[in-house]
Design a protein around this ligand. Structure first.
Ligand code: DCP
Ligand code: MG
Length: 450
């Protein structure tokens, strides 16, 4: 393990909710909850103001409404979050070629690899500047952890939340980690945590005291061995840069979870066809077909099947995707589906891979918003005014949907740069009202130029 705190972990604060607050001045400082608003919806995230009421990610929306009845409830706008995420990741890539994104709002950076930092002081200054740059470019806050290993950098950013920076000085790791609950360590989920608790182990110190043999006995060889090292704050995992796209994929997130199995099957066929189009446009073919399913509770599964040779045949890819779907339980509903092809024939030029890169990110972790051509399902008129989405009124200008129902839609007229705006109500079919694109959170040349 290195002896300087030059691994940085960044995690944006209440990411989706903060983007919404930056975009909607009237919500700043208020309880904001982003997630599925349907009967089976779950909370994606809550602003820190809403967390005071006990609302958190993955909580059923109905429970959140009981805890925080006066909060603003919004559906996620993935395209906007993705574009903000790209701005943040670009800032990280200026620091080092070794940037390892973990999700839209979180990444490790090896500062030493980029020469950005080599000791405690340079690491701290880099972290401070990064936070300022993120704020200038996106208008948002992110928390930074700095340490000599990935595990501790992540623990540090968690400690730093919200809107802070924590640096763990080399040499202090074990003392710091010791009293923490075992669940702090990577690889200890609820099940392992319970298992350890039954064996009388609740803190990291107790984990270390149990000894390697005991942990191997309790958890099996690989897991026990790894956890023992983590408990001693030994973590040599390198920061791994995002790999070049070696797959082409498409996916859709659905505003309303799909329950109907036949409909799920049709969506998968449609995605397979779209994926083939992408593949052909890029002049590629591939051997491995991948199906991705995110269920109503955000649990995400991928299933893959490898063929004998590369293909770009729509019938073959459709069939493979359908076979993969058979092995997935979709009762309870599906919120995202994706189809990808990897193991691409590598006679292709580099730039074609680059072209596929945007898609690859989507398949890896991040939810992707429904492409406009994607879903043609008839919806009641009121549905098109989704809570939180931007609109434009011929007379009153830019605003967002605060709510709709009973044939009416309520719009708050404000922009990221305006003061909190006024609310007006219209008929849902008012011809003066139309959907609009999100506005930039920060105006170029005003906040970003230093
Ligand atoms: N997310 C989600 N469902 C979850 C967890 C998270 O959709 N169960 C989304 C919404 C979050 C984003 O991912 O805004 C980032 O997740 P984080 O765990 O980093 O949570 P936040 O950034 O919202 O808050 P924090 O300040 O705790 O990092
Ligand atoms: Mg976050």
């Amino acid at each position: 393990m290195r002896n300087a705190p030059t691994i940085l972990h960044l995690d944006m604060d209440a990411f989706y909710a903060s983007v919404e607050q930056a975009s909607k001045p009237s919500l700043r400082g208020k309880a904001v909850i982003v997630g599925g608003l349907g009967p089976r919806g779950v909370v994606a995230t809550a602003s820190y103001e809403a967390r005071v009421f006990g609302v958190h990610s993955a909580m059923p929306m109905a429970q959140a409404r009981r805890l925080a009845p006066n909060a603003a409830y919004l559906v996620p706008r993935f395209a906007l979050y993705r574009s903000v995420s790209e701005q943040v990741m670009a800032l990280l890539r200026e620091l080092s070629p070794l940037v390892e994104p973990l999700s839209l709002d979180e990444a490790f950076v090896d500062l030493e690899a980029g020469g950005a930092a080599w000791d405690e002081e340079s690491a701290r200054l880099t972290g401070i500047k990064l936070r300022a740059d993120i704020r200038a470019v996106t208008g948002l806050t992110g928390s930074v952890g700095l340490a000599a290993s990935k595990m501790l950098a992540k623990i540090a950013s968690e400690e730093a939340k919200p809107d802070g920076l924590v640096l763990i000085e080399p040499g202090t790791e074990r003392g710091l980690l010791g009293p923490m609950p075992v669940r702090t360590l990577p690889g200890i989920g609820p099940a392992t945590g319970d298992h350890l608790r039954r064996a009388g182990i609740t803190t990291v110190d107790e984990l270390a005291e149990a000894g390697e043999d005991e942990l191997v006995r309790l958890l099996g060889k690989a897991h026990g061995h790894g956890l023992y090292a983590m408990a001693l704050a030994r973590d040599d995992r390198p920061v791994v840069a995002e790999r070049e796209a070696k797959s082409v994929s498409v996916e859709d997130t659905y505003d309303v979870d799909i329950h109907d199995r036949i409909r799920v099957g049709l969506e998968v066929q449609r995605l397979a066809d779209r994926c083939v189009r992408r593949l052909r446009e890029a002049g590629l073919s591939g051997r491995t077909i991948v199906l991705k399913v995110r269920r109503y509770d955000f649990s995400t599964l991928t299933r893959s099947e490898t063929l004998r040779g590369p293909t770009d045949d729509p019938a073959v890819i459709r069939e493979a995707a359908a076979r993969l779907l058979e092995s997935v339980d979709t009762t309870g509903g599906v919120r995202l589906l994706g189809v990808g092809v990897s193991g691409l024939a590598d006679y292709t030029q580099e730039d074609l891979f680059a072209q596929a890169a945007g898609e690859q990110g989507a398949l890896a972790e991040a939810p992707e918003e429904t492409a406009p051509e994607a879903v043609e399902r008839p919806e009641p008129a009121e549905r098109q005014w989704r809570a939180g989405y931007d609109v434009r009124h011929a007379e009153y200008g830019h605003g967002w949907v605060q709510g709709s129902g009973l044939g009416r839609v309520t719009v708050r007229f404000e922009t990221p740069q305006s003061p909190p705006g006024r609310v007006r109500t219209f008929l849902v079919d008012d011809p003066a009202l139309e959907p609009a694109e999100p506005l930039p959170l920060v105006l170029d040349g005003v906040d970003t130029e230093v």
